[in-house]
Design a protein around this ligand. Structure first.
Ligand SMILES: [Zn+2]
Length: 288
C-alpha cells in the first residue's frame, strides 16, 4: 500500500486488488464461447451460469476491444463488482469525512486529474490478464512473433487494455460524479431524501452508454448485414437488448433470441432505423 493513504483510499485499494485478482483466477483469456440459449449441452457457457447479477454497473460496450467473448464476460463482471463495491464504500464513508475530502480521495486514488488514461485502470487490467501477458512474453522469447507481417499479439494486448481502461475511467468518473451529486443534495436537504433507503439514488452514465450503443449499431448496420445476421453481429460485439425492454416488457437479453419473436423483431428494426437515421443524414449532407 502507498504511504500516506487515507482510510477510504486504503479500502479502495483493497477492493481494487481483490477484484483484479479474482478476475485473474477466472482465466479471462480462455477461449470459451458464449451460448445464446439452445440446449443445455451445447458448447460454450451461458452468461447466467457465470454470475447471477441482474445488472452490471459497467456497460458491455467498454470491452469491445476484446474479440474473445469470455474475456469480455469476466472483465465486465469483475470491473462491475469493483465499481459497485467502491461506490458502496464511498457512500458508507461519506457520513464521516466532509464531502470535499471524499472528492479529493477519489481524484487521487483513481487518478482523475491525470492527463491521459489513469494508471489504476491499466494496472487493474494488467493484473487480471497477467497470465496472458506471461504466455505471450514466453512465446515472443521463443521467436513466435518474429514475422513482422503478422499482427504481434504482444503489441495488440496493451493497446486493447488501453482502450478498455479509457472507457472504464469515464464510466467510473460518471458514476462517482452522480454519487457525489446525490450526497451533496442529501446534505443540503436531508428531509427531502424521505422515502426509500435514505441513500442517494444510484445514477448511471446514461449518455455515455447510449452513445456507445449507437456507435456499435451504426458500425454493424454499415456492414449491410440484416435480420438474424445483424442480431448475431450485435451479440458478437457483446451488445444486449435494451435494459428497459428487458425490465419492463420481458424481452430476452440476447438479440438473436429476441429476433425469434415478431414483437421484438419489429422493435429491433425500429431501433436500428432510429440509430442510423442521423448517421445517414450526416453522410448524405457531407457527400457532394
Ligand atoms: Zn456478474
Amino acid at each position: 500500500m502507498r504511504e500516506g493513504m487515507s482510510r477510504l483510499q486504503e479500502h479502495l485499494q483493497q477492493i481494487c486488488s481483490e477484484t483484479s485478482e479474482e478476475a485473474h483466477r477466472r482465466e479471462p483469456w480462455r477461449e470459451i464461447s458464449i451460448r445464446l440459449g439452445g440446449y443445455p449441452l451445447d458448447p460454450g457457457i451461458r452468461e447466467n451460469d457465470f454470475c447471477d447479477c441482474s445488472q452490471h454497473a459497467v456497460p458491455v460496450e467498454c470491452f469491445a476491444a476484446f474479440s474473445n467473448a469470455y474475456t469480455r464476460l469476466v472483465l465486465r463482471h469483475y470491473t462491475s463488482v469493483w465499481l459497485t463495491k467502491s461506490v458502496n464504500r464511498v457512500v458508507g464513508e461519506s457520513k464521516h469525512p466532509p464531502i470535499n475530502k471524499v472528492i479529493e480521495d477519489l481524484r487521487e486514488f483513481f487518478g482523475f486529474s491525470e492527463s491521459g488514461v489513469p494508471k489504476v485502470f491499466q494496472t487493474w487490467l494488467h493484473t487480471a490478464l497477467k497470465s496472458r501477458f506471461e504466455i505471450l512474453e514466453g512465446k515472443s522469447r521463443s521467436g513466435a512473433f518474429r514475422d513482422r507481417q503478422k499482427l504481434n499479439p504482444l503489441r495488440l494486448l496493451p493497446s486493447q487494455c488501453h482502450s478498455v481502461a479509457s472507457c472504464l475511467a469515464q464510466v467510473f468518473r460518471a458514476e462517482f460524479t452522480a454519487q457525489i451529486e446525490g450526497i451533496k443534495k442529501a446534505e443540503i436537504a436531508p428531509a427531502d431524501v424521505g422515502e426509500g433507503t435514505g441513500r442517494p439514488r444510484r445514477g448511471r452514465p446514461r449518455d455515455k452508454l447510449v452513445e456507445l450503443r449507437r456507435r456499435v449499431i451504426q458500425e454493424i448496420a454499415a456492414t449491410g448485414v440484416k435480420g438474424e445476421e445483424y442480431c448475431s453481429a450485435l451479440a458478437g460485439r457483446g451488445l444486449e437488448t435494451s435494459i428497459s425492454w428487458q425490465k419492463n416488457e420481458g424481452c430476452p437479453r440476447s438479440y438473436p433470441e429476441a429476433w425469434r419473436y415478431p414483437k421484438w423483431r419489429k422493435r429491433i428494426q425500429d431501433e436500428k432505423h432510429k440509430n442510423t437515421r442521423s448517421h445517414r443524414i450526416a453522410q448524405r449532407s457531407s457527400s457532394p
